[in-house]
Design a protein around this ligand. Structure first.
Ligand SMILES: [Zn+2]
Ligand SMILES: [Zn+2]
Length: 135
């Protein structure tokens, strides 16, 4: 993963390198707060406690507005990026580069992704508990 500053694919801002822990390095836009990362880094981010609070610090309202933007190109190689739905949480759409596999999440999208993953686990946990138990 490159350490250089990249141009944001969605706004005039710059993608600045940010690190979290030992394994996680992402780029975050100075203006819209969008996150640029690679799939292996995303896996680490999902595992890392509180990574969303540190890394996904942009304004979700700004991210939601930019989510409608189409035809964006990869900040690393200029390839046309494809809008992709998360395989488990299909309401979450992000842009993926067919060349390098890089992914762009609008501000708030990674938090959404991670929080839903967490809530799924909680739901699995409480599923067997009857609502009237212990009343
Ligand atoms: Zn931006
Ligand atoms: Zn790319």
């Amino acid at each position: 993963m490159t350490r250089e500053v990249l141009e944001c694919p969605k706004c005039p801002g710059e993608l600045m390198p940010h690190t979290y822990g030992r394994k996680i390095q992402v780029h975050r836009c100075t203006d819209c707060g969008g996150l640029w990362c690679k799939p292996d880094v995303l896996l680490e981010m999902k595992k890392e406690w509180m990574s969303e609070a540190v890394l996904d610090s942009g304004d979700p309202k700004v991210g939601a507005a930019l989510d409608r933007l189409d035809n964006i190109v990869c900040p690393e190689d200029g390839a046309q990026m494809e809008k992709t739905a998360d395989e488990r949480q299909t309401h979450i759409w992000y842009e993926a580069c067919p060349e390098c596999g890089g992914m762009f999440f609008d501000a708030g999208e990674f938090t959404d992704l991670k929080y839903d993953t967490f809530m799924d686990r909680v739901r699995d946990f409480v599923k067997g508990v009857r609502p009237d138990a212990g009343g």
